[in-house]
Design a protein around this ligand. Structure first.
Ligand code: FAD
Length: 287
């Protein structure tokens, strides 16, 4: 059932400090509204629990991508289209560009933001696996100040994140000069476009003389949160690729993910696909 729109309040503050003051006055009452591509779906379905919204869309402090010698900093309102078109991101963080290109339609990419994708905290979201393998950090701001945290520790459980009711995600920072020789991303859905992931896999690695010197792997849609496959990484790190190593890594992956049956897929299918994608990633390292 559709929601009764006059029952909602939407304010559009002009500055970030106005927005933060409003949130500080009534923590948890004012829900941030960025591109609205997640929130409008809930509104249409009559499932929007909040009544008060703060539009972030016109806050200049939350826009733009800045490149320094150490980092690329994407402010929270950066859209998928802006990510897709950014040259430095293309060269150094191609998995994030690929995730952006495979998110929804062009309309969704023009409006949906990276901050909104992170805060929405869906385990099936497509940019978090890419952000996790690049060791992204988040800047959270409130009227009391700002803090940087590793994105890896941001998830606390299904749809639970380390964000207070008076805080906003301000920016996402990616460390440069990581020099990965391999970047691998696969989103498996029902169709090639406009589909929610059944399994999403991101992997990066450095190799030297056939040995994997560094490897990071992250998966979406296979657990209550998007996760880094730390045990699987540990088995692969420092080793030379071999069939027995791949089998050990696949067994470790099965232990650390927890796929479920739902309307989009089955646990069995998700496990098999996750292991197959791990094999594809490892084989691409040998190549
Ligand atoms: C047709 C369609 C297709 C889609 N396809 C995909 C897909 O393929 N892959 C995918 O991952 N997602 C997909 N989505 C989901 C959605 O587009 C993304 O999650 C998007 O990034 C959300 O960003 P937004 O700015 O629109 O968020 P909003 O809808 O404005 O907000 C989402 C949540 O984040 C919070 N929020 C927003 N910004 C901030 C901030 N700066 N600080 C704190 N909290 C904040 C809001 O309060 C809300 O809880 C799709 C959506 C639609 C409608």
């Amino acid at each position: 059932m559709r929601s009764y729109v006059p029952g909602y309040e939407l304010l559009a503050p002009r500055t970030l400090s106005d927005a933060l003051e409003r949130m500080a006055g009534q923590p948890g009452e004012w829900k941030p509204f960025a591109g609205g591509t997640d929130l409008m779906v809930l509104l249409e379905a009559g499932k929007l629990p909040h009544r008060k919204f703060l539009s972030l869309w016109k806050l200049p402090e939350l826009r733009g991508i800045a490149v320094t010698p150490e980092h690329v900093k994407l402010n929270a309102l950066t859209t998928y289209s802006e990510i897709r078109d950014h040259e430095v991101l293309h060269h150094e963080f191609p998995l994030l560009c690929q995730a952006a290109a495979e998110t929804g339609s062009i309309a969704t990419q023009n409006r949906g933001t990276l901050g909104g994708n992170i805060a929405n905290a869906s385990p099936a979201a497509d940019s978090p696996p890419a952000l996790l393998v690049y060791d992204a950090e988040l800047q959270l701001v409130s009227a009391a100040g700002a803090r940087w945290i590793p994105y890896r520790g941001f998830w606390k459980g299904y749809k639970q994140i380390d964000l207070r009711g008076d805080e906003l995600i301000c920016a996402i920072r990616l460390p440069r000069n990581q020099n990965f020789s391999k970047h691998f991303y696969r989103k498996v859905g029902t169709r090639k476009a406009q589909a929610i992931s059944k399994v999403c896999f991101a992997g990066v690695a450095r190799t030297e003389g056939g040995r994997i010197t560094e490897v990071r792997i992250s998966l979406g849609s296979v657990a209550p949160t998007v996760l880094r496959a730390a045990e699987t990484e540990k088995i692969l790190r420092g080793e030379k690729l071999a069939a027995s190593l791949l089998q050990a890594a696949q067994r470790a992956l099965a232990r650390e993910i927890a796929p479920i049956d739902d309307i989009r897929s089955t646990a069995r299918y998700r496990l098999r696909v996750a292991q197959n994608l791990l094999a594809e990633f490892c084989e691409s390292l040998a190549g």
